[in-house]
Design a protein around this ligand. Structure first.
Ligand code: FAD
Length: 429
């Protein structure tokens, strides 16, 4: 009897899931597992948790949805809590598992988990598969060591033949092999099981982000096929108010509730069936940024978390807890900055424009250590994605992939361009 374990990580879906389809073909008995690693829920030295309220809530909703989908396919989702290397190796030994399959990650903590598990597993085979990006690292025009430091070079080369660089989506699974005999499936924990405080939530958008594959696919259908708002994306993407100025795919992409390949090929289908324009192109352009930062992280490894960034630039920074707290709490006295931080703190989301402005202010005006700002985003953002977050922060800070090192924003000009009537600032006062 060949028993396979699928270790779910940031790939919480059943559609277009390469690892799932591979394991299913090979296994007689099959167990999908998610591991809560306490390390991801620890308090950081800054005094806030690594995973804050919104991100945790979205994760739990996504797991509930995944469990329901797996059950419909004749399987289930088993939950473990502990260091992945310890709990997975114990489980593999207990089930006498032939293999553990998982999607590949490329950043420091995730690689540490992978390496520790490799060391602890006995006979069980451990395999990782690329499944997080549009193009797999092997499908890009560059080897990972030669990923250009400038996005435009990467994008232009990638866009040639892009459709052929991306693996076709897999058919939805019709059913899954039975669970291993005698396994008792553990329940998904609830919010109360974690040391996370419920924020003073002031919802303007109560149902904007509900976790899970079902909701992610719904959002895609709405934004592209039903409302066709995608056709205005290029003009509206710097917006601040409302649900539809941008796709809002990011939370579902960050946990893998929706496959980026599915987005790509559905957009291509939409372009054929309805219309393709500069906006449909631009959405794919943005997804290439997401790929790019992942590849930058593969190339540069731990440097994406270093104070001096990719360029090892030595800049003196202020250590001022009061300035940091004021920024974090939206109490800088600059209403545009404060409004953005209020939105983040009340919903877990902030627009791309807002992120650029508050990060720019943090680094260039307050002159604080960019890593503290990035850590706060990590805690708060409902769509936190390790490489998109840390590489964007480096970019804004002039120590990453922006060829201009000191790109300072003029706040008044930003307000004039993006919130001239102060509507956003009033909304999040
Ligand atoms: C300081 C800073 C931190 C950020 N942290 C994150 C993060 O943790 N997680 C995250 O997903 N994005 C992050 N971004 C990128 C971007 O702000 C969000 O992806 C975007 O605002 C999400 O909203 P959306 O899905 O409506 O985006 P859309 O504008 O609709 O874009 C579609 C998709 O393209 C991708 N994308 C768009 N812009 C970027 C970008 N600059 N970098 C990488 N991918 C991009 C996202 O997957 C997004 O969902 C950050 C940007 C900045 C400036």
């Amino acid at each position: 009897m060949k028993t396979y374990i699928l270790w779910y990580r940031n790939d919480l879906r059943v559609h277009d899931h390469f690892v799932l389809s591979k394991a299913v073909k090979e296994a007689d008995r099959f167990l999908p597992v998610y591991v809560f690693n306490p390390d991801n829920f620890r308090m950081l030295k800054h005094g806030f948790p690594k995973t804050g309220y919104f991100r945790l809530k979205f994760l739990l909703e996504s797991l509930i949805d995944l469990k329901a989908s797996l059950r419909k396919l004749g399987s289930d989702l088993h939950i473990l809590t502990g260091k992945p290397s310890v709990v997975l190796s114990e489980l593999a030994a207990h089930l006498n598992a032939r293999a553990i399959y998982a999607s590949k990650e490329h950043t420091f903590e995730e690689l540490r988990d992978e390496n520790e598990l490799t060391d602890m597993l006995g006979e069980t085979e451990l395999r990782f598969f690329e499944d997080r990006t549009l193009m797999n690292p092997g499908g890009t025009p560059f080897s990972m060591e030669k990923i250009p430091e400038v996005f435009t070079i990467f994008r232009k080369a990638s866009e040639k033949n892009l459709e052929h660089r991306i693996k076709l989506c897999l058919p939805d699974p019709a059913g899954l092999p039975p669970l291993p005999d005698g396994i008792e499936i553990n329940d998904i924990p609830t919010m109360g099981d974690f040391p996370v405080e419920t924020p003073d939530v002031n919802y303007f958008y109560p149902d904007r982000f509900l976790g899970g594959e079902t909701n992610g696919l719904k959002r895609f259908d709405y934004y592209v096929w039903e409302s066709k708002r995608v056709l205005e994306y290029k003009q509206t993407r710097n917006g601040l108010v409302g649900d539809d100025y941008s796709s809002k795919f990011s939370p579902w992409l960050s946990l893998g509730c929706i496959s980026p390949r599915r987005i790509f090929f559905e957009l291509k289908k939409f372009e054929m069936a309805e219309e393709g324009n500069a906006s449909t192109y631009w959405l794919i352009f943005e997804l290439l940024w997401r790929d790019y930062f992942r590849f930058v992280a593969i190339k540069h490894g731990k440097k994406i978390f270093y104070k001096g960034g990719l360029k090892n630039i030595k800049k003196s920074v202020m250590r001022d807890d009061r300035l940091f707290d004021n920024w974090k709490n939206g109490e800088t006295g600059i209403s545009f900055i404060d409004a953005n931080m209020h939105e983040l703190n009340a919903t877990g989301y902030m627009s791309n424009r807002g992120r650029q402005v508050v990060a720019n202010h943090f680094v260039h005006e307050l002159q604080l250590d960019w890593r503290a700002g990035a850590a706060y985003f990590e805690s708060q953002l409902i769509d936190y994605d390790v490489t998109s977050n840390w590489c964007n922060w480096m970019y804004v800070g002039g120590i990453g992939n922006d060829p201009i090192e000191d790109r300072r924003f003029d706040i008044e000009k930003q307000v004039e361009m993006y919130d001239p009537q102060g509507i956003y600032q009033m909304l999040w006062k």
